[in-house]
Design a binder for this molecule. Structure first.
Ligand code: PLP
Length: 392
């Protein structure tokens, strides 16, 4: 591994401080490095491999599509894109889909749709968007503009004008930022990178009501917390509200680079139209064959049931750790998306866990994040907790 890592550090732009592992393959909830060491995976490629690794039905569907065609261009139609859109509409209740290649691009599209909607309404081009502190929406310029982490933004200013920040679960802080120019409020239903902060029901319902009163569009970023992660297909589905625009990526393709933004019919009819937006690869048959098969397998393998059952078990186990260790301050999370906030950095704990064959990841410096494949079992949770305790 050492030789490969040295070569990589010569050739790749150093934008990540990577863990010193070179992966070879995965199977189920386990990953294997090129020296054959096995790891129990509680990271899933940051919430991507929901179905676990090397799922045969998924692999076969992709292989079959590769042998037919992988790219066509959006100037034509293709059946996988049509199938996937039908299935996405059914599970989300949204009305129109635009496929992207990543999460950040889905956020870009959502921002453009919101601005166009406001532009068509009043003809102005100085609209504002309210985003949340500690949010993460991606690294491209538009998505970065609404990412509530000044450190990520600073060197790249000026970004989009008219972005204002408020706090998660503090409705007054949102209301204080609303003006006649506000066109959208964007937030993650459960903040992921920022440290695993779920929106409260009261907060999200108040935001929804405010948006309805002022014709402000609610954009929910479900890139990390969606696709079954919290026990419903999309996290907002347990809040009794619905977004005007939703973004998805990560687990929607389970390993193929793909994302989407989805709109209600009302927003779709009054925002982006021919010539307003596009992408070469977005919605290509290979990526869409992946989405289509992922959604089938979610149903066949009863993924949501497993998330609810094993998620509750994991949650109880993490609560026990809070009681037991002074170094752990708080546990937050839902379904199979959890964080343990510690009274100091968690980097060393994660390195120790790697050594013992357990993959964990942080969310900020002080939070250990648990974001395993959604097919994880209670036994896997027990095994993880045992190793984590040794490290603690
Ligand atoms: C990962 C993530 C993104 C960015 O997705 P990319 O595919 O990395 O561009 C945006 N929003 C949230 C909530 C994410 O977790």
């Amino acid at each position: 591994m050492k030789e490969y890592i040295e070569e990589a550090e010569q050739d790749l732009l150093h934008t990540y401080n990577r863990y010193q592992i070179v992966w070879d393959k995965g199977d189920g909830v386990h990953l294997y490095d090129i020296e054959g060491k096995e790891y129990l995976d509680f990271v899933s490629g940051i919430g991507v491999f929901a179905l676990g690794y090397n799922n045969k039905a998924y692999n076969d569907a992709l292989k079959a599509q590769i042998d037919k065609i992988t790219h066509t261009s959006n100037y034509y139609y293709n059946i996988p894109a049509i199938d996937a859109a039908r299935k996405l509409k059914a599970v989300s209740g949204m009305d129109r889909i635009f496929y992207t290649n990543s999460g950040a691009e889905a956020v870009e599209g959502a921002i453009k749709a919101a601005r166009k909607y406001a532009f068509l309404r009043d003809g102005n081009t100085d609209h504002e968007i309210i985003a949340l502190n500690h949010s993460f929406h991606g690294r491209t310029m538009g998505a970065l503009s609404v990412t509530g982490n000044a450190h990520y933004r600073e060197a790249f200013e000026p970004l989009l004008p008219g972005i204002k920040y408020a706090d998660m679960n503090d409705f007054e802080s949102i209301r204080a930022q609303v003006t006649d120019k506000t066109c959208a409020i964007i937030m993650e239903t459960v903040q992921g990178e920022g440290g695993i902060y779920p929106a409260t029901k009261e907060f999200l319902q108040q935001v929804r009501t405010l948006c309805d009163e002022k014709d402000i569009l609610l954009i929910l970023d479900e890139i990390q917390c969606g696709m079954g992660r919290t026990g419903t297909m999309f996290a907002w589905q347990r809040y009794g509200i619905k977004p005007d625009i939703m973004t998805s990526a990560k687990a929607i393709g389970c390993g193929v680079p793909v994302g989407a933004f989805m709109l209600t019919e009302k927003v779709a009819q009054n925002s982006l139209t021919s010539g307003d937006h596009g992408t070469t690869y977005g919605g290509n048959p290979l990526a869409c064959a992946a989405i289509s098969k992922v959604l089938d397998l979610f149903e066949e393998q009863k993924i949501l049931d497993n998330v609810n059952e094993v998620g509750a078990y994991l949650s109880a186990k993490l609560d026990e750790l809070v009681e037991k260790y002074d170094y752990i301050k708080e546990h937050r999370g839902v379904g199979l998306l959890h964080g343990l906030e510690c009274n100091g950095p968690v980097g060393d704990i994660i390195i120790k866990a790697l050594d013992k064959g357990l993959l964990l990841i942080n969310a900020g410096t002080n939070v250990i994040r648990f974001i395993p494949p959604l097919v994880i079992t209670r036994e896997n949770v027990d095994e993880m907790i045992a190793i984590l305790e040794e490290c603690l």
